[in-house]
Design a binder for this molecule. Structure first.
Ligand code: HEC
Ligand code: HEC
Length: 316
């Protein structure tokens, strides 16, 4: 009950549970009394089909006994299991504990199936069709919701099939991305640059990738880029994998290459604040997935980028 600041709800549940069980017992007892002496049966006053009257007899004994058994069972349950809100039950059972136990049992059975690939490097694992199938299933269960079931990505979520990497496409770099997570932060620069400055640097960024742009504005934006952007994106916009700063010279866009999208990126920034809509980050998967599973899914992802059609990756 640590989720609640006060014990009010725990107490409320305790009172409602116990009082209602006792009330059932009292009701049952009160209805089991034979009201009239033998032979003089009282009726409820209900009459059907002119002469069928309903007797007001107590429940049959076997029936009442079933109710008493239920009540005893209910009380025993409240003593053994967490049913009252305040008292956790003498068995100490919890949902989390149950889940952890089942998970540990599954891990003990299936863990070795995943872990046997740890001895092999990623390209070797990726060349093994069975291992790739396991990697695919891990991917679909844990990664597809963000990167797409074909790993093709979406706005803010990088494509993992292509040769363009924010943080590097070497086996170990991919594994690090998955294990530790990634959170590239592009600071909001709208206030520092002003409206005119943003407009100009947007034109310069468009010129880097050979898109339609206003040459005069781009020339003015070049200086701004050198001052404000080059430290992260590189002097020529080639990007920097250590920071996850994307290459700006190609046609691959994480957030979009239109004037409007680039302006939004520069003004509002992009980063890992999950509370702000449109801000995304790569969650760390250590603790969520076992080492063996991370190894398999990393091999799967690496394999995709070697052969974006999803077929058998070329042997290295
Ligand atoms: C909650 C959404 C989310 C989930 C789930 C997720 N990712 Fe990511 N992933 C991202 C985002 C966003 C980025 C880019 C981070 C950045 O740019 O700072 C990313 C980046 C990556 C990168 C680096 C890409 C590059 O270009 O360098 C890899 C590799 C990756 N994810 C693989 C995975 C795998 C494998 C899984 C499943 C085990 C997974 N991701 C699950 C959102 C997610
Ligand atoms: C502190 C480092 C840093 C600075 C300074 C910085 N950026 Fe970025 N920028 C990043 C990172 C990191 C990302 C990727 C953010 C993410 O993945 O969430 C990014 C993303 C972008 C994108 C989106 C690219 C895409 O593929 O959609 C554009 C455009 C961009 N930056 C332009 C600029 C411009 C122009 C400036 C200077 C006015 C600038 N950045 C300054 C780090 C930086």
């Amino acid at each position: 009950m640590s989720d609640f600041v006060s014990s009010f709800w725990g107490l409320a549940i305790l009172v409602v549970s116990v009082v209602s069980v006792i009330a059932c017992a009292v009701l049952l007892k009160s209805q089991s009394v034979v009201r009239k002496a033998e032979g003089l049966v009282e009726t409820t006053g209900h009459l059907w089909d002119e002469d069928l009257s309903e007797y007001n007899n107590p429940l049959p004994r076997w029936w009442a006994s079933m109710f008493y058994i239920t009540i005893v069972f209910g009380l025993a349950y409240l003593v053994l299991y967490p049913g009252t809100g305040l008292f956790g039950g003498v068995f100490g059972w919890t949902q989390t504990g149950e889940y952890e136990r089942e998970r540990a049992a599954a891990e003990a059975v299936y863990g070795p199936l995943y872990d046997r690939y740890l001895k092999q490097d990623l390209p070797t694992v990726a060349a093994d069709a069975q291992a790739r199938g396991m990697g695919l299933r891990i991917f679909l269960n844990n990664c597809a919701q963000c990167h797409g079931s074909d790993a093709g990505g979406a706005k803010g979520f990088p494509n993992l099939r292509d040769a363009d990497w924010l943080y590097g496409g070497e086996p170990e770099q991919i594994k690090t991305s998955i294990t530790d997570g990634r959170d590239g932060v592009m600071p909001p620069l709208g206030p520092a640059l002003g409206e005119e400055g943003v407009k100009n640097v947007v034109q310069f960024v468009r010129s880097l990738s050979g898109q339609k742009h206003d040459a005069k504005a781009a020339a003015a934006g070049k200086e701004i880029f050198a001052t404000f952007c080059a430290a992260c994106h590189g002097p020529d916009g080639a990007g920097m994998q250590a920071l996850g700063a994307p290459k700006l010279t190609d046609q691959i866009w994480l957030f979009g290459g239109s004037e409007q999208a680039i302006a939004e990126t520069i003004m509002k920034g992009r980063g890992g604040n999950a509370l702000v809509p449109g801000q995304t980050r790569m969650p760390a998967h250590k603790g969520l997935l076992s080492e063996g599973k991370i190894h398999l899914v990393a091999a799967y992802v690496w394999g995709l980028s070697q052969d974006p059609t999803g077929g058998v990756p070329k042997a290295q």
